[in-house]
Design a protein around this ligand. Structure first.
Ligand code: ATP
Length: 194
């Protein structure tokens, strides 16, 4: 049976409450049956900027989403050539799962940058764009070839970023409110980002 699969990519270094909340919004939208989280080893825009190992990031994702139905963690990008361009990943998945329909799940701020992604036109041949609304995002520059592939979904943003969490930990402050409990405990137990 054909499935509608949402793809949500990132370095998740570490995963935080903002990620969980946006994933829930994508699932609630009714446009996808399940969501795959693509854990990226080396994203093109963050070369040499990995802070903790792939396995630690994978384990934190597993802990963060273990109670969220219809979510799986995909490590496919670890097996593909680096850097992990989304066009490469999605072309690979579309060939591997020809029955299924893929949607790229992104925030409205990422949509405003989408025209800078490698081979974005080719990418749009394989997938729709599900875009979580973010108030006050300027996307006046986004071309019609992108906009016609976009489906907006409602979302109440949760302010958090992995950068902020790393900085808090690095300076001896406590990011507990920005993280799922199990991820917070894992970071403490393994003394990550210190
Ligand atoms: P960093 O601070 O290291 O750049 P990040 O917090 O943006 O990290 P990523 O792993 O780069 O996290 O993000 C994965 C995806 O999650 C991206 O599409 C990003 O736009 C989105 N995202 C990040 N933070 C939030 C948030 N608070 N709410 C919704 N989406 C978010």
């Amino acid at each position: 049976m054909s499935m509608r699969i949402g793809l949500f990519g990132g370095t998740f270094d570490p995963v935080h409450n903002g990620h969980i909340s946006i994933v829930r919004s994508f699932l609630k939208s009714g446009y996808i049956d399940k969501l795959w989280i693509l854990l990226t080893p080396v994203p093109p825009h963050k070369l040499n900027k990995e802070h903790v190992s792939y396995d630690h990031r994978k384990e934190m994702l597993r802990l963060a989403f273990q109670d969220v139905e219809h979510v799986s963690i995909s490590t496919i990008e670890q097996t593909l050539p680096k850097p992990s361009y989304m066009v490469q990943t999605v072309t690979h998945l579309a060939q591997k799962y020809p029955e299924d329909e893929f949607s790229l799940c992104i925030g409205e701020d990422s949509m405003a940058q989408f025209h800078t992604w490698k081979d974005y036109r080719k990418l749009l041949e394989h997938c729709q764009l599900l875009v979580a609304e973010r108030p006050d995002t300027d996307h006046s520059e986004v071309g019609s070839e992108i906009m016609e592939k976009v489906q907006f979904i409602p979302h109440d943003p949760v302010e958090a970023s992995s950068t902020e969490i790393r900085e808090l930990l690095n300076s001896g402050n406590d990011p507990q409110l920005l993280l799922p409990d199990r991820v917070y405990s894992y970071i403490k137990e393994h003394k990550l980002y210190q």
